[in-house]
Design a protein around this ligand. Structure first.
Ligand code: ZN
Length: 235
């Protein structure tokens, strides 16, 4: 389970905390999804011509590249240790690094999703001549795949997250204090079933007390060392 800490190491500003976009610019409205539904055309106009904090975020996203933490998780997947990666990040960096068993619980900022049939599309697959754009498959309303405030997590992703968490004997929690639901409940679920939790975070979190191991370092440092250790143990 990964979160904002891993993105911050790639130069993407966090939303909350020191230097956070919302700390500087104020929290966005908590009913973003309802506002989208009320006026999808305007939401798309803002999305295609971002200003203020959103422009700052988009330029950071465009410039960001995966860091050693992202690459270490790809190695763990290749070693057969990591069976699924649930991320709260929307920045596409896990995919860019090469992760394939990826569940983006808050969506992916580079994709567009139909709120009708839940199909995802790249930007180049969509015609923006008339706003809001429509789904090429079902003519449903399209929005950014990024899950907005007030928007339900897309059911296909959420279901798979619950399935994977139910099978996990160990969960690595990197760069997240795991306080935002529903992602927050997966480590608790693993712990309750007697699974091992490993926290990778420079700072203690609400989760620390439940963790078998806490690696007090940024993911970019701790995760490559963890991979080294796994390789040693496997000979
Ligand atoms: Zn559709």
């Amino acid at each position: 389970l990964t979160g904002a800490g891993l993105s911050v190491e790639s130069g993407i500003p966090p939303f909350r905390g020191p230097g956070g976009l919302w700390t500087k610019h104020g929290e966005p409205p908590m009913n973003g999804y309802q506002r989208f539904l009320a006026d999808p055309r305007r939401a798309w106009e803002e999305r295609l011509n971002p200003t203020g904090p959103m422009a700052e975020l988009w330029s950071a996203l465009a410039a960001a590249v995966p860091n050693p933490g992202h690459r270490a998780l790809v190695e763990l997947e290749e070693l057969g240790v990591l069976r699924a990666l649930i991320t709260q990040n929307v920045d596409d960096l896990h995919r860019a690094a090469g992760s394939t068993r990826l569940l983006e619980i808050h969506g992916n900022a580079t994709l567009i999703r139909c709120i009708g049939c839940v199909a995802r599309f790249g930007r180049d697959e969509i015609d923006f001549a008339v706003l809001p754009p429509r789904c090429p498959r079902c003519d449903g309303l399209l929005k950014s795949d990024t899950v907005s405030f007030g928007e339900p997590i897309p059911p296909d992703v959420l279901e798979r997250c619950f399935e994977e968490a139910a099978m996990a004997d160990c969960m690595l929690v990197a760069g997240t204090s795991a306080t935002v639901h529903p992602a927050a409940q997966f480590p608790f679920q693993v712990h309750e079933r007697g699974g091992v939790l490993i926290e990778v975070n420079p700072y203690p979190s609400e989760l620390t007390a439940l963790c078998t191991h806490a690696l007090r370092a940024p993911g970019g440092e701790a995760l490559p060392r963890l991979v080294e250790r796994v390789r040693e143990l496997r000979g």
